[in-house]
Ligand binder design. Structure first.
Ligand SMILES: [Zn+2]
Length: 211
């Protein structure tokens, strides 16, 4: 698979979580609002995979054709994507909040890994080798989930696990890696949630001052 982005359309997903598995979990931006779930259908899974650089244009077109020919398999792949995404959210949210992790969510990652890892390989690149995914043209429609499962396993077993945070925004459940030096980042991005929280505090201070 290529790291080239396959679409020139405006991006549908914001990939600022700092790890592929967190970006995938963030495809549902606020768990309290079902309408903020952007992984609507199988095409949305392919859009995510393209934007994240997991699929090139040709590969995505091939999976799109196969999904049209096998709508039941596409629906199953979409359901699988959502259930993995939701397990990743619960797992990393619990980690970020210091809550107990549900062993069922770890088992879910392990099941996804069990499917994914036999398809890992090394390929020759300029000056050496790189990890890659086998692309034999006959992979299941859920194949874009393989690198997501691997990313989750890598994050779970890395020192960066302690940097996973969940946004403190009132209408946001984004997960991200806190790369700040003193590990004090609270919002997914200051442009959106941080500024909204600041404006709210300012508003309440003004109200308190004027009463
Ligand atoms: Zn946020």
């Amino acid at each position: 698979m290529s790291d080239r982005r396959a679409t020139s359309a405006p991006p549908r997903f914001e990939l600022s979580g700092g790890a592929l598995c967190l970006d995938f979990a963030n495809s549902w931006g606020d768990r309290r609002r079902p309408e903020s779930d952007r992984l609507d259908d199988y095409a949305a899974l392919l859009a995510f995979a393209c934007e994240a650089g997991l699929l090139d244009r040709q590969h995505a077109a091939r999976l799109t054709r196969r999904a049209r020919q096998a709508p039941a398999e596409a629906a199953r792949a979409h359901a699988l994507a959502r259930s993995l995404r939701d397990a990743l959210y619960r797992l990393f949210s619990a980690q970020a909040r210091g809550r107990r992790v549900d062993p069922a969510d770890v088992a879910h990652v392990n099941a996804a890994l069990h499917e994914a890892l036999p398809h890992l390989r090394v390929t020759r690149r300029a000056g050496g080798y790189a990890w890659d995914w086998a692309d034999d043209g006959g992979e299941p429609l859920a194949a874009p989930l393989r690198p997501v499962a691997r990313s989750a396993a890598e994050l779970l077993t890395s020192d960066d696990l302690a940097r996973v945070r969940e946004c403190d925004g009132a209408t946001c459940t984004w997960l991200f890696l806190d790369q700040s030096r003193n590990r004090s980042r609270r919002w997914c991005s200051m442009e959106s949630c941080g500024n909204r929280a600041k404006a709210r505090r300012h508003y309440h201070r003004q109200r308190a001052g004027s009463s």
